[in-house]
Design a protein around this ligand. Sequence first.
Ligand code: PLP
Length: 285
Amino acid sequence: RLAYVNHAFVPLDKAAVHVEDRGFQFADGIYEVCAVLNGQLLDWPLHLDRWTRNLSALLIPAPMSAAALTLVARRLIALNGYKDALLYIQVTRGAARRDHPIPADAQPTLVMTVRRFDFAARVPQQAVGVKVTSVTDQRWGRCDIKTVALLPNVLAKQTARLAGSFEAWFVSNDGVVAEGGSTNAWIVDAAGTVITHPLSARILPGIMRASLLRLAHAAQIKVEERPFTLAEAQGAAEAFLTSTTAPCLGIVEIDGVKVGSGKPGPVTRRLGELLWAEIERQTGF
Ligand code: PLP
């Protein structure tokens, strides 16, 4: 396996960054995860946009142009020979003597890795759905930036795993469900309206979230972008989650409370079909 580190393709087990890299010492960096299906990058322009926005939000200069990044990403995927994979891109502010303020002369560190990923395994999982466990949202005030500071997410995911759940849902003090540990959160009310938290500093603007909203509008499925509570979700007709690694997964249980019929519902299934049709259209998967 090959990785790309600071302008070179290197064997993954030899790939390394400086011990004083600010990503390592301060979580001073951002990342992207993009799906590769049938050798094609899914929703790549949307990932590039988010990558650019995240870099400017943290005042990190882009390590290369978007066009160059695209060439490197494609080359790395081809060199590894994977058809279905996840591309991971990380940019940190770079290596510098440890001191909190932004160093004047640091060169950003760019790391890209790719690993095999079995998207087909999602199909049987989609048929049965998954469970979620709620946790208190203790994250910072800029959850819209995709930073590598993921400790709250790590701990939330571990809580979920120990509870036998696929995902953790971040719930704030007022009971509002923001999103999952690595997924966006959705419910469907009794009238079939699809509801998800509006874009704000409380959630990550998921690429799959954006795709699903676009497809739902085109299919004239009613959508409301508004906050919903944990209690509302537990009493909803359906619930589901979206992300690059789990395009549209029904949620059948929230904190031990059965959602709807206890199986992925019809609106979730329809949205899943629309998403997979779009994935097939883009990549031929
Ligand atoms: N929310 C959080 C906190 C995430 O970390 C992620 C993805 O990693 C998502 C939502 C889903 O985003 P995307 O659809 O771009 O994968």
